[in-house]
Write a protein that binds this ligand. Structure first.
Ligand code: NAD
Length: 457
């Protein structure tokens, strides 16, 4: 079916009102959940086939996150959708006012490859819960996962309600040429700009979930071994191909050596002496990214790792030291298992480095000193982050997830996903039993009265 025909059909379906019915939405989400549960092993298999994603990571970072979001939406849908009464303004007396939540209509969701299941299904849950139709464009770089997603979606939904369009950049471009009521994009900053431009053409509201260089600062009071363990987990899960992975380390120079030793120990503890044979370490998604990451190893000092195998798309968990800001690794988001360690002595040095980049999607600070943690959070703007750990803010569905500045626009997760995909319609319901005459012309002699009245409010 042609894309324009598909969109027209979904638009007609939306206008027919089926998706406005909360019972209909809930039933669709329940069918989706059951299908994902039934297909759990198959999802694990395709993720492993696409980039050797370890089964544990597939359950922990893809399937269980999505099931948790589905459970939450199914449980709370009626509550979220209920109009919220707000206190009326005295200016409108008598009135009863409320915010109603209405679906935008036709939504387009474009997903990346790095968490190809979770980052496609996560936004879909919000869109469906809020009563929209959905066209999902998953990533072409994980063909097996995207294919399975398309199959699950066609089994569960009427294609006029939710469907998948498979393809790469050209397909995405054709989709973006159409008019949508909402676009939700997860991916890189350059493509985010293209998507934003396409949305602007029709004034389409948008969420952009992008990336950036997320700093990780460790002061001299941090618990070194625990800090290293939590960083090794957050950096090397999914082979570092995580939008919120700590991109680079800024460690106080007085504990640099102790921290590097701790990193060495924790990497070996988690992935063994040769991570290539570990079943718990994924591969780089494709040759292009392999080459990009390989280039980053050339002009810094390798403290640990550095082994690569192009045929296997393998890059060992690698720690770089004596890194300077002009090194290749500090020029762009790393998005792979390469961890540069830089040092600082003063807060001014930290500030100079962090603000020399665009506002990051995440930031992490490891410290036992309250004043340092407060300073960090009051000084830097970032999408979201964690004190004394990495990544885990993502796991709390009560924390909206998104970027700021170049790392993104808008947010989602938990109930925020429902509100992201809903228009907040403000309705004031006026009483007719009283009509205060002050606002009506002729105005002569009323200005003093108006001023007195305004003083009360
Ligand atoms: P990408 O921008 O290359 O691709 C994302 C999607 O856009 C894919 O579906 C792709 O087919 C499509 N696309 C690619 N080129 C396009 C074009 N010119 N026009 C229209 N569509 C196009 O991103 P990626 O490589 O899949 O993912 C990596 C990036 O995504 C990283 O920068 C990472 O930080 C970011 N990311 C952000 C989040 C988040 O939640 N904020 C999550 C994961 C990844």
């Amino acid at each position: 079916m042609e894309i324009s025909e598909l969109i027209q059909k979904q638009r007609t379906y939306f206008l027919s009102g089926y998706t406005k019915d909360v019972n209909f939405r809930k039933a669709a989400l329940i069918r989706f959940r059951e299908s994902i549960k039934r297909n759990e092993q198959e999802i694990i298999n395709v993720l492993a086939a696409d980039f050797k994603k370890p089964p544990f990571e597939s359950v922990a970072t893809e399937i269980s996150i999505v099931l948790k979001e589905l459970n939450l939406a199914i449980k709370n849908l009626y509550k979220w959708n209920k109009p919220k009464r707000v206190k009326p303004s005295l200016l409108n007396f008598p009135s009863s006012d409320a915010i109603m939540y209405e679906p935008y209509g036709s939504t387009l969701i474009i997903a990346p490859w790095n968490y190809p299941f979770q980052l496609a299904v996560g936004p879909m849950i919000g869109a469906i819960a809020a009563g929209n139709t959905v066209v999902l464009k998953p990533s072409e770089l994980t063909p097996k996962t995207s294919g399975l997603l398309a199959k699950i979606i066609s089994d569960v939904f009427d294609e006029n309600h939710v469907t998948t369009v498979l393809g790469g950049k050209e397909t995405s471009t054709r989709l973006l040429a159409e008019r949508w009521d909402y676009i939700f994009f997860t991916g890189s900053v350059p493509v985010g700009k293209i998507v934003y431009k396409a949305a602007a053409k029709n004034l389409t509201p948008i969420t952009l979930e992008l990336g950036g260089k997320s700093p990780c600062v460790i002061d001299e009071t941090a618990k070194i071994q625990l800090t290293a363990k939590r960083i090794v987990w957050g950096k090397f899960v999914n082979a570092g191909q995580t939008c919120i992975a700590p991109d680079y380390i800024l460690v106080h120079s007085s504990i640099k050596d102790a921290f590097l030793t701790a990193l060495d120990i924790e990497i070996t503890k988690a992935l063994g002496a040769d991570p290539k044979v570990s079943p718990d370490f994924a591969r780089i998604i494709n040759e292009k990214n392999f080459e990009r990451l390989n280039n980053m190893l050339s002009d810094s000092v390798i403290f640990k790792g550095g082994q690569t195998d192009k045929n296997d798309l393998y890059i060992a968990p690698t720690v770089l030291t004596d890194v300077s800001l002009s090194d290749t690794v500090m020029q762009e988001e790393i998005f792979g298992p390469v961890l540069p360690v830089l040092t600082y002595d003063t807060k001014e040095e930290i500030k100079k480095i962090i603000v020399s980049y665009e506002k990051p999607l995440s930031a992490y600070v490891f410290s036992q000193k309250r004043s340092f943690k407060n300073w960090f959070n009051e000084t830097f703007s970032y999408g979201g982050g964690v004190i004394n750990d990495t990544l885990v803010h993502f796991l709390n569905d009560r924390l909206p997830f998104g970027g700021v500045g170049h790392s993104g626009i808008g947010s989602y997760h938990g109930k925020k996903s429902f509100f992201t995909f809903s228009h907040e319609k403000s309705v004031a319901k006026r009483g007719t039993w009283l009509d205060i005459p002050i606002r009506y012309a002729p105005y002569k002699g009323k200005i003093g009265l108006l001023k007195n009245f305004m003083k009360w409010l």
